[in-house]
Design a protein around this ligand. Structure first.
Ligand code: TRP
Length: 470
């Protein structure tokens, strides 16, 4: 991690022997970069457009934005705050805070949910990261130039139908993630984020520019921003909530881990809002880039997980210098996915080191191999097991492949549950005085946050859960 290891970094509010020894982020920027690197990833560019398409557009986007604002941002602040207060890895931070306040250490559960969610998410995340790697070659070879929607669709189906190719790319992606985590060196990567994220943003803008020329930009804007509530289902609301957690990397204590390195004098609210705004901006831009292409080519918004791989190649095949821009785009997408993948594996490895006393290389290898193996089930869901819906007898899970189930169970259940526990911990367990110190907000702003974290966020999550289970 990009932390300064100067021993002089002491924190008045932190627990003894914690942050002082572990070093702190060199600056607010370093934290924002790491947190943004974790948050901005496949969730923004691959997942947001396709779940929006599947859930009818505008009304779904509105609910998603509300979830970011009233559940996501307050919970991100809580995670960062707990991390900084505890000054240790998430499990130990929660334990220390509870012990010091004389409370039951039942909060280990948050750490356990984090480790489980990390395993499950990374297993399929890496498969999709593999798709992105594969598309660097597809684009660079120039074979997309001037292709029709059918031809581009056929290239994508060709990739999905081939388990060996998918396995090769999945292996490469996992290898890249494991390499960085095993070496424990993040500083180079964080510097890379400060160049590559703006570059990705710029390329998205270029695609949006192209999308404006398709003649269907207005239709896309209407689709994304004109809410039609007849198209929104209760399960759509659950997907919007789950995606808010997924895209902000919340609910599995990643931001807690990062917060433990944040210097005391830095505003938790400002940094959390910055990260969330950047993350949301990238997602909305991806939507504006993709939907004009969808409508211009008569494609289905609800095409599912392949949506960006069936639309962006069309744009790159038609725009001037498309081969160059397309190649660059997929390289940058890999980087965005890579920094997110690292933040999924890192907490598992830290947990193995701390709880099981393994060294970093062994922990990384063990955790990586488990994720990689599990990834094979997602790969097979795309071809040989495409019709296998193991939990299809449950109405809500009808027709869902193993890949769909992993996505559903992690994003829509585990992460909101982890987030709910964090909200309850901050809202009901932690000392109010300590939180006022950590957040150092004006009394009005603190109360706004406190009411949200104590009542609004937990009730919102609970209501969405209950409606979906009934
Ligand atoms: N936020 C990332 C994305 O949108 C995915 C991710 C990385 C994540 N780390 C996480 C999701 C931790 C949940 C928890 O692509």
């Amino acid at each position: 991690m990009s932390v300064t290891s100067s021993g002089s970094a002491t924190q008045s509010g932190a627990l003894e022997g914690s942050n002082a020894k572990r070093g702190l982020w060199s600056s607010r920027l370093a934290f924002v970069l790491a947190a943004t690197g974790s948050a901005v990833g496949l969730g923004n560019i691959w997942k947001f457009p396709y779940v929006t398409g599947e859930n009818g557009g505008g009304a779904f986007v509105l609910v998603y934005l509300l979830c970011i604002a009233i559940v996501g941002i307050p919970i991100m602040m809580a995670e960062v705050m707990i991390g900084r207060r505890g000054g240790h890895s998430p499990v130990n931070s929660l334990r220390l805070i509870t012990e010091r306040d004389g409370l039951k250490p039942a909060w280990k559960l948050v750490g356990a949910i984090g480790v489980l969610a990390g395993f499950l998410i990374l297993s399929f995340y890496s498969v999709i990261g593999g798709w992105a790697i594969s598309y660097v070659g597809t684009t660079a070879s120039g074979q997309l130039a001037g292709q029709s929607a059918d031809a581009v669709g056929a290239i994508f189906s060709g990739l999905l139908s081939n388990p060996t190719t998918l396995l090769a790319w999945h292996t490469l992606f996992m290898g890249l993630v494991m390499l960085v985590v095993a070496r424990g060196v993040r500083s180079g990567l964080e510097r890379a984020v400060s160049i590559l994220m703006p570059a990705l943003f710029l390329l998205l803008l270029i695609v949006v520019g192209y999308a404006m020329t398709t003649g269907h930009f207005g239709q896309a804007v209407a689709f994304l921003f004109q809410p039609d509530f007849t198209k929104l289902t209760t399960s759509g609301v659950l997907v919007a909530l789950g995606h808010a957690f997924f895209t902000l990397s919340l609910g599995m204590a990643v931001m807690m881990a990062y917060g433990s390195y944040l210097p005391k004098n830095i505003s938790i609210a400002k940094t959390s809002i910055t990260v969330s705004v950047i993350d949301t901006g990238v997602a909305l831009l991806a939507g504006l880039a993709i939907f004009p292409i969808v409508f211009a080519n008569g494609l289905e918004p609800s095409a599912g997980p392949g949506l960006i791989f069936q639309t962006l190649p069309l744009a790159f095949g038609q725009m001037p210098m498309g081969t160059l821009f397309g190649t660059l785009f997929f390289v940058l997408l890999i980087f965005a996915a890579w920094t997110s993948g690292i933040s999924l594996l890192e907490p598992i490895v830290e947990w193995l080191e701390e709880q099981k006393g393994m060294n970093r290389a062994v922990s990384t290898l063990a955790a990586g191999i488990v994720c990689w193996t599990l990834g094979i089930a997602s790969i097979l869901s795309l071809n040989l097991w495409a019709d296998f819906a193991p939990l299809g007898f449950i109405p809500m899970l009808e027709g869902k492949t193993i890949f769909d189930l992993l996505d559903f169970f992690t994003a829509n259940i585990l992460l909101p549950l982890g987030g709910l526990l964090v909200a309850l911990f901050a809202g009901w367990v932690m000392s109010r005085q300590a939180m006022e110190n950590e957040l150092s907000l004006s009394p009005a702003m603190f109360n706004l946050w406190f009411v949200t974290i104590r009542f609004i966020a937990p009730i919102a999550v609970a209501v969405v859960f209950i409606y979906n289970l009934l």
